[in-house]
Write a protein that binds this ligand. Structure first.
Ligand SMILES: C[S@@+](CC[C@H](N)C(=O)[O-])C[C@H]1O[C@@H](n2cnc3c(N)ncnc32)[C@H](O)[C@@H]1O
Length: 272
């Protein structure tokens, strides 16, 4: 219970919602590897300021990293057909040349690479714009995977082929060993970084974002923190910008100033 409390206070995650099988056994093994005798000693270690590595290891153990390319294609289709052309025009009118996208809780990177793939197809139409994607996660192991850009087949589902055809550009290529390598040019659009969404102060650098993807992350958070985080997203977004959540998530009751927008089979939230 005390480890659960630490995780909650550090990351906002309610461990009971993770439904991770064998999590307590894994934490126990982790304690043995660290040569820590009991939970009290472990908590002392976690709370000492010099133990960021121990905290990182715990977060990598408890967080869920399930992701795949072009998850919820309806949202990305909405981006392509409506939001991106509108945002580029809005920027043109205001004399700004940078479009900022944030993938919050990016896991192993499939989400930001899908966004980079989509954005890269605008380079010809809007050559004067620079697109930057910041992709953050609390799980450093996930981020290491993401930086490599090499994936198992299960990250590449049927919709990828269709979308590649639609966009006229490959997302990546199959490797001889059965894995999939993302096109290296997409990597240059993304900055992967460690982020703890529970540390709201540290998110200030994301001010001026145009699009925030925070999908399948809020479900694990405690309610009052979720509300504060949504408030922060609202503050960090540019007017006209949008927040996208996972298919089973909603802002019901905590919308702040967001307006719900139907995206043809999916939803998003617009800052008016
Ligand atoms: C289920 S994955 C979602 C991945 C991706 N957004 C998607 O929908 O495919 C949830 C991710 O949220 C991350 N996460 C959980 N709590 C976090 C926090 N406090 N700060 C940053 N990332 C967090 C986890 O490490 C995990 O990689």
């Amino acid at each position: 219970m005390r480890i659960e409390n630490f995780v909650l206070n550090f990351s906002g995650i309610v461990m009971a919602r993770l439904q991770q099988k064998g999590i307590h056994e894994r934490i126990q093994k982790h304690l043995e590897r660290l040569n820590v005798q009991n939970v009290d000693d472990y908590l002392l270690l976690l709370e000492s300021t010099s133990s960021s590595q121990v905290r990182d290891e715990l977060m990598s153990l408890v967080t869920v990293g399930e992701s795949f390319f072009y998850r919820n294609p309806a949202q990305l289709q909405y981006l392509r057909q409506h939001l991106l052309p509108e945002l580029f025009e809005r920027k043109r009118a205001s004399g700004s040349h940078l479009l900022r996208v944030w993938s919050a809780g990016c896991s192993t990177g499939e989400e930001p690479y899908s966004l980079a793939h989509l954005l890269s197809t605008y380079a010809g139409t809007y050559p004067e714009y620079t697109c930057s994607i910041t992709a953050g996660d609390i799980n450093r192991l996930n981020l290491q995977w993401a930086e490599k850009g090499i994936y198992r087949r299960r990250s590449v589902r049927a919709q990828v082929k269709e979308i590649e055809q639609l966009l006229g550009k490959p997302l990546g290529r199959d490797l001889d060993d059965g894995r999939f390598a993302v096109d290296p040019s997409l990597r240059a659009l993304i900055e992967f970084q460690f982020q703890n969404l529970h540390d709201l102060e540290s998110l200030k650098t994301l001010w001026g974002s145009d699009i925030i993807f925070c999908r399948n992350v809020l479900i694990y958070f405690e309610e009052t923190f979720k509300e504060r985080l949504v408030q922060t997203f609202f503050h960090l977004l540019n007017p006209g910008g949008m927040l996208f959540l996972g298919e089973t998530e909603s802002l019901s009751g905590i919308e702040q100033g967001f307006k719900l927008v139907s995206c043809g089979g999916a939803y998003g939230y617009r800052k008016e």
